[in-house]
Design a protein around this ligand. Structure first.
Ligand code: F6R
Length: 607
């Protein structure tokens, strides 16, 4: 994680560095810092916590210099203190780093034995010491850079200043993304194109293993063996993604309310609503594959889990799914005739990317269900299935989740059609339900806000909350719990309703709200029996159901949220809305930092 930037400008750069870092704050916000070369010396300002603290620091003590690098940190090695904040200085070298140097302990021992005195607890500091050592050995800057990179194991995106060259930034990439921006007599670099969007839309992405010498008028790029290489220059559309909160209190609230619109875009990409038809999906031949594998992390994994129910039920396609951090190590016996989907909002999640590479290595056809179209996962997969959610800034995923679901639903129905497992009438009926979804989402969002606020006030007093569901409502229960804990810091767990009596029921008492997600579907009666078990033990039930479910349930839930009755295939998207709003409003009552909750980052580029 972490975000890095660099600017070789014509004017002083410190404020532009901070401006670019603001658009990378989704990658981490534990501490931040900038360094420039000014008056023949390296200078820096650093601050713990969010970028506003660095901005205050810069106001108190401005920093001049027309060349500089910057960093916003998600701490991996070393506490998020100012001392551990990047840029790190070593003997005339300044370094910012995104990633993890896996062999840092070994390098540190070796350098310490040769006299290095480390000032921080970070893995990054070894980079400066290696460079300084190679310079002392007589290497020039490029030779030192290449020799240093050869010693590193792990993942990195780097930006490096040498005090004796005030017109160049050295950069390198192995794992995390790195974009070089071409300006008019100015050059930029950053962890993504959005960071650079106000400055330039002319972007060159470094490939894995590349490193570059960026000067005022261009960049020379080398591969890992130091051979010069050309990488394409592209026009980025990132400027369209420069986002603001509009009239909403938080990005998360805005993104929740955008869902009717963005899910309509996502569905429209795969479904021809004029003909009620799923367009043929290119890239993966669903008719021929014997099975499908899915890997993803967090909320994207839970979307994949719901997708599994659809692919298996509608397309009769067996699905092997796991969180990406386990998937890649399980040595699953996957057939090279199968295909694999990788679901990721950012398209940069390290474990998901590693799972993709693992499956490619086994010869499977790979598909990326991604939001960020020019991300690494999108670029490396054989086929890309965009979710078209637009930029998601709130760290807690909302609209990306429902767009992932919309795309997976369309793909599952398309797969069912290709495999002939549903009749044309059945396909048409599912497509018709999907077509109704955005309108129903709008209706739900307009009707439940006041009720949710009251419930959230109550929920904010809880220490533990349980979520229960069956069928596709089970992954949704886990998503509800994940959303609540990540932004309100209230402990929450999601369980399969039928699992309750195998252990978790011991947690039930009058202080533990139990949120039951139960549309009136094939499982409703069974879920109501599980609710009965909770009620019998004094549990406080909040039931989220539909009109039919509310009428059929004889049970006195302490509160029932009633949604419109909808087809099973769209229920997970519709029922996501009260789940998301409940978590959001609870966090607002509790006064947490909703868009940037503690300890988290939006893009997880470390394993
Ligand atoms: C939770 C959340 C995370 C992400 C996870 C994967 O609200 O956002 O759990 O879903 O870190 O991220 P992506 O989708 O970028 O791979």
């Amino acid at each position: 994680m972490c975000g890095i930037v660099g600017i070789i400008g014509r004017q002083p750069v410190s404020y532009r560095l901070v401006d670019a870092l603001k658009r990378l704050e989704y990658r981490g916000y534990d501490s931040a810092g900038v360094a420039t070369i000014t008056g023949g010396a390296l200078q820096r300002r650093r601050a713990e916590g969010k970028l506003v603290n660095l901005e205050t620091r810069l106001k108190e003590e401005p920093l001049s210099g027309t060349i500089g690098i910057g960093h916003t940190r998600w701490a991996t090695h070393g506490a998020p203190t100012e001392r551990n904040a990047h840029p790190h200085f070593t003997d005339g070298v300044a370094v910012v780093h995104n990633g993890i140097i896996e062999n840092f302990a070994e390098l540190k021992d070796e350098l310490a034995a040769a006299g290095a005195e480390f000032q921080t607890d970070t893995d990054t500091e070894v980079i400066g010491y290696l460079l300084a050592k190679h310079r002392r050995e007589g290497m020039n800057r490029r030779e030192a850079m290449h020799a240093m990179l050869k010693r590193l194991r792990g993942a990195y995106a780097l930006a490096i200043l040498f005090v004796d060259d005030p017109s160049t930034i050295m950069t390198a990439r192995n794992g995390p993304p790195l974009a070089i921006g071409h300006g008019d007599g100015e050059m930029f670099l950053g962890s993504d194109a959005i960071a650079l969007a106000p400055f330039t839309n002319e972007i060159t992405y470094l490939a894995d293993g590349d490193w570059a010498v960026v000067g005022r008028t261009g960049a020379q790029i080398f591969d890992f063996d130091a051979h010069p290489v050309e990488r394409p220059r592209q026009t980025s559309i990132a400027v369209a993604y420069l986002a603001n909160k509009g009239n909403h209190r938080h990005f998360m609230e805005k993104e929740i309310y955008e869902q009717p619109e963005v899910t309509a875009h996502a569905l429209g990409h795969y479904i021809d609503f004029t003909q009620n038809r799923v367009d043929t999906v290119s890239g993966i031949d669903f008719a021929r594959i014997p099975s499908l594998a899915i890997a993803a992390c967090g909320t994207a994994y839970l979307a994949g889990l719901i997708g599994k129910y659809w692919f298996e039920r509608y397309a009769r396609l067996p699905v092997e799914i796991d969180v990406a951090s386990e998937f890649r190590y399980r040595e699953i016996p996957l057939s090279p005739r199968s295909a694999a989907l990788f679901i990721s909002q950012s398209g940069e999640t390290a474990d998901t990317l590693a799972s993709l590479r693992y499956c490619k290595g086994l010869g499977l056809k790979t598909g990326a269900v991604v939001n960020v179209g020019d991300s690494t996962i999108a670029r490396e997969a054989d086929a890309v299935f965009p979710i078209l959610a637009g930029p998601e800034i709130g760290v807690a995923s909302t609209k990306a989740f429902t767009c992932q679901l919309a795309v997976l639903a369309a793909l599952a129905v398309g797969a069912a059609r290709a495999r002939g497992t549903l009749s044309e009438d059945e396909v048409q009926a599912l497509v018709k339900s999907l077509a109704e979804m955005p309108r129903l989402m709008g209706q739900v969002l307009n009707s439940i806000q006041a009720e949710i606020e009251l419930l959230a006030r109550e929920l904010s007093k809880s220490h533990d909350v349980l979520y229960l569901g069956r069928g596709t409502s089970f992954p949704l229960a886990m998503e509800g719990a994940l959303k609540l804990k990540e932004i309100s810091y209230i402990h929450a767990e999601g369980y399969a309703a039928g699992e309750l009596k195998h252990g978790p029921i011991a947690l039930i008492d009058e202080n533990t709200p139990v949120i039951v997600i139960a549309p009136h579907d094939r499982f409703f009666d069974k879920t109501v029996s599980n609710m009965q078990e909770v009620a019998a033990r004094g549990g406080r039930i909040i039931l989220i159901t539909d009109e039919q479910g509310a009428a059929a349930s004889k049970l006195d839930a302490s509160h029932t949220i009633v949604l419109p009755a909808v087809d099973e295939i769209i229920a997970p998207m519709i029922f996501s809305l009260p789940i998301q709003l409940l978590a959001y409003n609870t966090a607002v009552f509790m006064g947490t930092d909703v868009d940037q909750p503690r300890n988290l980052a939006k893009s997880v580029t470390v394993e």
